[in-house]
Write a protein that binds this ligand. Structure first.
Ligand SMILES: [Zn+2]
Length: 393
């Protein structure tokens, strides 16, 4: 059945004013000041007067099949549940493995991508894990990207971190080159998602890789660039040429040295970083471990959730006074462009009908993914397969 959303203020991300949006078969069919439907048409209409409509959020770094485990077997995090993504306004998710490339597998991420798609949202993934040589399905990152539809890049490969396998210059160049060629052959982004650790001068391996090859900085997307003040200072310079990803769910877990994501957006733009170079991701289901600085022992452990994206997006608007049409780019059109997800990230005719409607307090009232309401008038309509049985929502 076709559906019509009437009278919402549209941020596409650019501001379009109050419009009606007609959608069906998963696609946006028409956007106009007023769309009048013949009386004999059977159509589902939502009156969205007073609501703001933005593209469905793209969360491009989520440990969808669980992660963590740095504090022993009982600290492994669980898989993401569909309702956690819907509550966060996320309609597209990119899954990744993370620290544990030893007991967890790329195959389990692939099956979780398939499961989330079957449950109603859009999903893709990175092959690989923190470690180099990195785990893959076919034996090579390039082959994974070229041959497996769900795989768009590799990551998160860890550098500048005590949990990294410290890839050599040649290893980093080779993995990036294979990802790039796999992307060219498969028609994908072929991008390398880089986990940035706490070491000093953390971008050096990326600058070195580019200086010693034909690769460009835009072949990488370094994440956790707000994890401390010195990486963030370096990110202001790096971001003028390359992409910068800011992690939302870890804040305020380490408030003594982490930079609040909403604030980073303002500071990066003030430093001259183009807005199109900046993305936000939640790192949801990643564990948040805190290690004793003297003994190195794990002293605290929590877990991130996708709702942190929206919290920081709203704070960028209400606290940092950035326009919504600018702030929303870091979770929609920028991500779609960088990851080459051509039907995502914009409210436009023929794009996928992925939409989030916010009330005047910026709370999520409605979520539409691939043309279907997953949340409507504040009520969750769709849950993950076992959520009811587990009492999750
Ligand atoms: Zn990471």
């Amino acid at each position: 059945m076709m559906k019509l959303i009437k009278g919402a203020e549209i941020f596409a991300p650019q501001y379009l004013g109050k419009k009606d949006i007609l959608f069906g078969a998963g696609k946006i069919l028409a956007i106009a000041d007023s769309i009048d439907i013949p009386k004999n048409w059977n159509i589902d209409i939502l009156d969205a007067t007073g609501l703001k409509l933005i593209p469905g959020l793209i969360d491009a770094h989520v440990h969808i099949a669980g992660a963590g485990g740095e504090g022993g077997p009982h600290t492994r995090t669980p898989e993401i549940y569909l309702s956690q993504l819907i509550h966060g306004g996320v309609t597209t998710v990119i899954g990744c493995l993370g620290t544990d490339g030893m007991t967890r597998s790329v195959e389990s991420i692939l099956m979780k991508v398939k499961s989330l798609r079957a449950e109603g949202i859009s999903a893709w993934m990175y092959t690989g894990a923190y470690q180099v040589p990195t785990p893959t399905i076919t034996g090579d990152v390039g082959r994974d990207i070229a041959l497996i539809e769900e795989i768009i890049g590799v990551g998160e490969i860890a550098i500048s971190d005590h949990r990294s396998s410290v890839p050599t210059l040649n290893e980093l160049i080779r993995i990036t080159e294979h990802a790039r060629v796999g992307g060219m052959i498969g028609g994908k982004a072929g991008i390398v998602n880089i986990h940035m650790g706490d070491a000093q001068n953390p971008f050096k391996p990326l600058y070195d890789a580019v200086a010693n090859s034909e690769l460009k900085l835009k072949q990488f997307i370094p994440t956790h660039c707000n994890r401390n003040d010195y990486i963030f200072e370096d990110a202001k310079e790096y971001g003028k040429k390359g992409y910068i990803d800011i992690t939302t769910s870890s804040y305020p877990y380490y408030p003594e040295y982490e930079i609040k994501p909403a604030k980073t957006l303002k500071l990066l733009m003030d430093a001259g970083v183009p807005i199109e170079h900046i993305t936000f991701t939640s790192d949801a289901c990643g564990s948040l471990p805190d290690f004793d600085p003297v003994t190195g022992e794990l002293i605290r452990l929590e877990m991130g959730l996708p709702a942190a994206n929206l919290r920081e997006l709203v704070d960028a608007v209400t606290v940092e006074n950035l326009p919504l049409e600018i702030a929303v780019k870091v979770l929609t059109s920028n991500v779609a462009d960088i990851l080459k997800l051509k039907n995502k990230g914009r409210i436009e005719v023929e794009k996928d009908a992925d939409m989030v409607l916010l009330n005047k307090d910026y709370q999520v009232c409605n979520v539409v993914a691939n043309g279907e309401f997953l949340k409507r008038d504040g009520k969750l309509l769709k849950k993950g397969t076992y959520e009811e049985a587990l009492g999750i929502c």
